[in-house]
Write a protein that binds this ligand. Structure first.
Ligand code: ADP
Ligand code: MG
Length: 478
């Protein structure tokens, strides 16, 4: 039997606000345990929540970027459950009125672009963090994370493979980083993905029973977990077994999923309206001001690079992977018209330098205008590409002298395009090898390289090879 997978993802995005979702406690990641907790975070009796307008703004930005409808009257609900890391005994969330509905994520597949539809995006708060491995006998709880704002992006079951899920999560991570609303770090848990997976016989139009897989700490593990789950479910059906609705974890070392809890005993969350928070009304002017201040999105920059600078698919995709890199590239193009060379410099020497020094493009000290000048020196034949990339560029960074002409002069590696000088050397070389000249004239054209090489050597590598080539041919054919 051939099976088709049906996959829907739920993604939690931890928002980059200064303070928590419903109080002013510090929401920053990484503080000493239980140092970012006021009585409101730990839910002392009598404490009350209030709105954080930045949470709403960031949720709306995400919705606009994903073509969603924005809900104007936002109500809040309590999702009740008991667990040690949930101080209030409930989580404030949006049950009936998610801030965003509809919309889609466009992903690239081997068969072209595909839209994965979204069900909803709602705002909610995170729980604290239980630590089961810090003490021999007890579980410890850190409440710093309790109340940190999240949005949950719920996708329609439109995904059909681990590969498509990989593209989908990558797209969302790129987008939250472009928008500056989340650092997108899956290892630290600021982006978390639950995958709902079912399979059905190819051609069937009804859905099979789904299994929810949690605890993947990287995008490639999301893909691996889905692929191993599809395999497990197919094998079960082949053996005539029934798939049970359950929550499973992913073991990244073994590459397989394991049962955590059955959905039969699913929690009843007893949702009811949060009585302590008034509805948050999104007015026209407020929505418009967010639209007016939207930063450039990946697709816009992708189109700009492709159309304005005529870059290849590969260069465009690689450069727009990250917003700072794309903006850096666009700035480079203000200083050169050789757009292809600019892309090569960015993806070649600059990227290698950033990798080697473990720095970000934001910290790159060399002004973009200097790279423009380097490209110009090469295009004018004053500097060979290899000398520019291997010698001048590193020396500029080393010495913090960002004038490439000065640096090349100091290193004495400027190429000469002085025709008089070059033709003089050419004449000397040719007079040194009369028999080789005769062989060349008799048809042994391969000897051209020998003459060019000799001229280059005599010029100490400083003659412009293009000119040397032309001059040697001229002299030999005369
Ligand atoms: P639950 O109440 O168990 O969380 P939902 O209906 O809210 O389930 O769906 C949660 C996620 O599961 C959504 O992303 C949705 O696309 C996905 N989903 C729903 N049904 C299926 C299915 N049969 N197979 C795979 N994914 C599914
Ligand atoms: Mg779910």
């Amino acid at each position: 039997m051939n099976y088709e997978a049906v996959i829907g993802l739920e993604i939690h995005v931890q928002l980059l606000t200064k303070s928590k979702a419903y109080c002013s406690d510090n929401a920053e990641y990484g503080g000493m345990p239980n140092t970012q907790i006021s009585p409101i975070t730990i839910a002392h009796p009598g404490t009350l929540p209030k709105h954080n307008v930045k949470v709403v703004e960031q949720a709306i930005k995400m919705g606009l970027a994903l073509n969603c409808e924005i809900t104007r009257i936002n109500r809040f609900d309590r999702k009740n459950y008991f667990y040690a890391d949930l101080p209030k005994g409930y989580q404030i969330t949006q049950d009936k009125t998610p801030i965003c509905t509809g919309g889609f994520v466009k992903i690239k597949t081997k068969d072209g672009d595909k839209n994965i539809r979204l069900t909803r995006i709602h705002m909610e708060e995170d729980s604290g963090k239980s630590m089961h491995d810090q003490d021999l006998n007890d579980t410890l709880v850190d409440y710093n994370r309790a109340g940190v704002p999240l949005i949950e992006i719920v996708g329609e079951p439109d995904i059909r493979s681990g590969e498509e899920a990989y593209e989908y999560v990558s797209e969302i991570r790129k987008l939250v980083r472009y928008l500056g609303i989340c650092d997108g770090n899956m290892e630290e848990g600021s982006l978390r993905c639950d995958a709902n997976i079912s399979i059905r016989p190819v051609g069937s139009t009804t859905f099979g029973t789904k299994v929810e897989v949690k605890n993947m700490n990287s995008i490639s593990n999301v893909k691996r977990a889905i692929e191993s789950e599809i395999k497990r479910q197919s094998e079960m059906l082949e053996r005539g077994e029934t798939i049970v609705s359950e929550t499973r974890g992913f073991n990244a070392l073994k590459g397989n999923t394991f049962s955590m809890r059955s959905k039969e005993a699913a929690n009843d969350y007893r949702y009811f309206p949060e009585p302590d928070l008034p509805p948050f009304i999104v007015k026209d002017e407020y929505l418009q001001s967010i639209k007016d201040n939207m930063p450039a999105l990946p697709e816009q920059l992708y189109n700009q690079l492709k159309n304005e600078f005529a870059l290849s698919e590969y260069d465009t995709t690689t450069i727009t992977e990250d917003k700072s890199t794309a903006l850096f590239y666009i700035e480079m193009c203000q200083h050169t018209e050789n757009y292809k060379a600019a892309a090569n410099w960015l993806l070649g020497p600059i990227k290698s330098y950033l990798n080697e020094t473990a720095t970000e493009i934001e910290d790159f000290k060399m002004p973009v205008s200097s790279i423009g000048q380097l490209i110009q020196l090469i295009d004018e034949g004053k500097l060979s590409h290899s000398a520019a990339a291997q010698t001048v560029f590193p020396e500029m960074l080393n010495s913090s002298n960002y004038n490439p002409l000065e640096v090349a002069e100091k290193l004495n590696i400027l190429q000469t395009s002085d025709l008089g000088l070059i033709s003089g050397i050419v004449a000397e070389v040719i007079s040194k090898y009369p028999e080789k000249v005769a062989e060349y004239k008799a048809g042994k054209k391969g000897l051209l390289g020998l003459f060019v090489g000799e001229v280059m050597k005599a010029s100490k590598g400083k003659a412009d090879p293009k000119l040397v080539n032309a001059e040697v041919i001229k002299a030999l054919e005369s």
